[in-house]
Design a protein around this ligand. Sequence first.
Ligand code: AMP
Length: 218
Amino acid sequence: MRLVFLGAPGVGKGTQADRVTAQFGWPKISTGDLLREAVRKQTPLGIEAKKSMDAGKLVPDSVVIGMVREKLGEPLCQNGFILDGFPRTVPQAEELNRMLADRGVTLDRVINFRVTREDIVKRLSGRRSCPKCHSVFHVDFVAPKISGQCDRCGTALVQRSDDKPETIEARLRVYDEQTSPLMAYYEGKNKLSNLDGAGEMAQVYDRLAKVLVGLGAT
Ligand code: AMP
């Protein structure tokens, strides 16, 4: 199944995508993860992208489109994928349509995660992640067994530089201005399913899995 997970930063798209991958097997393509990897490796693209990311702004469409095109060509993505954090602008969505059309396929569904602004800010400001294995925790909701330490590999957890309060505000503004129009865009194409993203991770996943099974996922 070819899916897009849409929603503001902090709605839980990435965490839910990991669970879907574990159950159904379609790989997650997260442009945020790919960019953070480039930043970590200090590639020229990563050094350039870091400036936008730290300011809570989007990196240029051409950069992320190139990354997604490369990923979609990989054998692992031929039976489906979950795009997490892409597209984020209408031009990215249009380019995605072209990329898929070139391969003779279309998107099956766009899942739009909905969470109140208040909850989003709580989720983002308490988020901590492992720089080594990328496991994600939350100081209140998904606390690691030992405070500040990754349950999986023991590495010291960090707060993403763009999860600081000033940057959270900028990211939400960018979402409202540049990404939220995608709801109407996909609604107009009859591709959108809204999903209530409130509550515990497992509850949200139950709702999501029902939608996917309803779409024919096995
Ligand atoms: P995320 O992990 O999805 O919240 O992404 C972190 C940051 O990476 C964003 O705030 C943007 O600066 C950048 N980014 C990720 N995906 C995209 C995208 N599709 N278009 C532009 N910038 C992106």
